[in-house]
Design a binder for this molecule. Structure first.
Ligand SMILES: Nc1nc2c(ncn2[C@@H]2O[C@H](COP(=O)(O)OP(=O)(O)OP(=O)(O)O)[C@@H](O)[C@H]2O)c(=O)[nH]1
Ligand SMILES: [Mg+2]
Length: 335
């Protein structure tokens, strides 16, 4: 959803700029005026390439302030807002300097009296341009990496009713999402398989729903959560119209039930106003005595009933009734 061009390294940008400038034809030049014109063209061409390449980066990165709180804070936990701002600022500074150096050199070439002098001015300017671009080499590398991260952000539609699946690691969240939506998340026997928030959709009675897969949460206070867990917290906080909390009473996930219940309690206290639906997964392995809904994401048992109760909850929350055609308008649900 964010279109950001490939971010080149400092050396690649300089290479591109100077190679292009070198193509400015110098064949059979003898006269001072021709040398002057060619060098002015070279200076302008290399400066234009750098200024426009870097300008494209500065423009392409989303303006953090204008993003929705979810993306805004996702950028902060994945990339770091301050560093992103600093790097974009540094690149903007660098392109300003390049433009200034080139303009200054052009002015001096325009009044130079000797061919050697012209060449010297141009080479001096190239040197200074190189050092200014290299000075932001680290920022360009940072942006190249930031671009790769931002490109993989899930595309969340703010107006579509949203179900966020949460729970301890390895309890079967991704397996369930793969079963009920278009998403094809990775499912594996070990914890922390899911590291990013991802989204799938499904349709029921002409209404589209978003289901969001999140990384597993551990039993610990919010301020001790790592950046991966924080992605899950952001999805819960900013995206969920309803939370589905998956428990694994078989404990094959590797976490005790009491630990899983403490995670649930912390979610309840952090996000008290969002409805939470519980489901005990892996009913093919163990069925408990509790009155919580039982499902098996593996065999599909109990899953349609769970989906029904999720949709009922959303319906209750939207305060809207089904129309005569069975069409339910939930578009006003999300902020
Ligand atoms: N027997 C059984 N195994 C299941 C069931 N659901 C998931 N599993 C298994 O549990 C393991 C974890 O499943 P995932 O869907 O990756 O779990 P997750 O909650 O997404 O895990 P993280 O992304 O690491 O937090 C996998 O080996 C699944 O095959 C189930 O209903 N029954
Ligand atoms: Mg997962």
């Amino acid at each position: 959803m964010f279109k950001i061009p490939t971010v080149l390294t400092a050396d690649e940008i300089l290479d591109k700029a100077f190679k292009k400038a070198a193509k400015v034809d110098l064949s059979s030049v003898t006269k001072l005026e021709t040398v002057r014109e060619i060098n002015i063209a070279k200076l302008k061409s290399s400066s234009d390439t750098i200024v426009s390449t870097m300008g494209r980066y500065v423009k392409a990165f989303p303006s953090i302030e204008r993003l929705s709180p979810f993306y805004n804070q996702l950028i902060d936990v994945t990339i770091g807002k301050d560093q992103l701002r600093k790097s974009l600022g540094a690149i903007d500074w660098s392109r300003g300097q390049v433009a200034r150096i080139s303009k200054d050199a052009v002015r001096r070439v325009a009044v130079a009296r000797k061919m050697g002098e012209i060449d010297e001015i141009r080479r001096g300017a190239y040197g200074r341009i190189s050092s200014v671009v290299k000075q932001v080499g680290k920022d360009l590398k940072f942006l190249a990496n930031a671009r790769n991260i931002i490109r993989k952000f899930p595309t969340i539609e703010p107006a579509v009713p949203t179900i966020v699946i949460a729970g301890a690691p390895n309890v079967g969240k991704s397996q369930l999402i793969g079963r009920i939506s278009t998403a094809k998340p990775r499912v594996a026997v070990y914890p922390f398989t899911t590291q990013e928030v991802s989204v799938g959709t499904f349709e029921r009675r002409y209404i589209r729903y978003q289901v969001i897969d999140t990384p597993g949460l551990l039993d610990r206070p919010l301020n001790e959560r790592n950046p991966i867990e924080l992605r899950a917290v952001l999805a819960l906080k900013y995206l969920a119209d309803v939370i589905v909390f998956i428990l694994d009473p078989s404990e094959t996930c590797g976490y005790r039930v009491d630990e899983q219940e403490r995670i649930l309690e912390s979610i309840r206290s952090e996000f008290g106003d969002i409805p939470i639906i519980l489901a005990e997964n892996k009913s093919d392995v163990l069925v408990t005595e509790t009155d919580r809904p039982k499902i098996s994401a593996e065999t599909g048992e109990g899953v349609p009933e769970l989906v029904d109760s999720i949709l009922d909850e959303l319906k209750k929350r939207s305060g809207l009734e089904e129309g005569p055609d069975g069409h339910l308008d939930l578009r006003g649900l999300s902020p």
